[in-house]
Design a protein around this ligand. Structure first.
Ligand code: SF4
Length: 271
């Protein structure tokens, strides 16, 4: 029995939205993970709550045929700019990632985006599957091992040099649009910004996306937290996450652009 057969996931839950994304417009979400949140990170800001299955083990979580029937059931009236694979955890853990990207493109005929935490980019099969995406946004929140442990809390086999090597290898092979997405939880020092710029110069992304936590973190898993839905916690279990100011965000963005000439986009900050 695979993971999806053992859950009580309601049908039609693998495709959601479209939701409005500050990065991609109206984004139709595909969730290749399903009911149990599954990731190789347990980020302190994760909107899914504490990750339930904390792993680097790839498997098929949701049969491709279930995603296909959900896509085929969609209303043709929906305005969709892109199709985004993220959902309930790390999408590259799904062994059927390539199949899902292929059917999404075939059914919806829109650009496909994968949001990944970068931890599996050292795997040749993952890099090969990602070739089918039009845009890949790779997470890079940390410029030191200490920061990686504090912010992303990876499984024990993951380390920063391994992540950076994977991104670099993927960049060398991938002809599509590569974005680096970085969550800023607190102001960075000048030295940290300089280190980050050096990494960008090594990794050559097409774009940098500076993100900030959009809302308090739910501590208990809620399926509706996929995409950018705001959710209400039934038991009030939220953790407020500190957010930097719009001015600090702009200062960091300007410093990066001035040094690299790589376009930098910033998440909107509610005043
Ligand atoms: S990588 Fe994404 S899904 Fe995984 S813990 Fe971090 S925010 Fe959550």
């Amino acid at each position: 029995m695979n993971a999806i057969e053992s859950t009580q996931n309601p049908r039609s839950s693998f495709v959601y939205g479209p939701v409005k994304s500050w990065r991609f417009g109206r984004s139709l979400g595909i969730d290749p993970i399903g009911a149990v949140s599954t990731c190789s990170f347990n980020c302190v800001y994760c909107q899914l709550g504490v990750i339930q299955d904390y792993t680097t083990q790839r498997q098929i979580f949701v049969p491709t045929s279930d995603i296909l029937s959900d896509l085929q059931a969609l209303s043709t009236d929906e305005q969709i700019d892109v199709i985004t694979l993220s959902g309930s955890g790390e999408p590259t853990l799904a062994l059927n990632l390539a199949e899902i990207l292929a059917i999404a493109k075939q059914e919806i005929k829109r650009p496909t985006v994968v949001l990944t935490n970068s931890t599996l980019l050292g795997d040749r099969m993952v890099r090969r599957a990602l070739q089918l995406a039009d845009i890949v946004a790779v997470k890079l929140d940390a410029i030191s091992s200490n920061q990686l442990q504090r912010i992303n809390q990876p499984t024990e086999t993951i380390n920063l040099p391994h992540i950076l090597a994977g991104i670099e290898q993927f960049r060398g092979e991938y002809p599509g649009q590569l974005a680096i997405q970085t969550m800023l939880l607190s102001p960075w020092t000048t030295e940290m910004i300089e280190d980050y710029i050096q990494l960008l110069q090594r990794l050559h992304p097409d774009e940098i996306q500076l993100n900030v936590p959009a809302r308090p973190r739910v501590l208990v898993r809620q399926l509706d937290a996929r995409g950018n839905h705001a959710v209400e916690s039934s038991n009030g279990a939220f953790r407020k996450i500190k957010c930097i100011s719009a001015n600090v965000l702009k200062t960091v963005a300007d410093a990066i652009y001035d040094a690299t000439s790589i376009p930098v986009r910033c998440a909107p900050i509610a005043l």
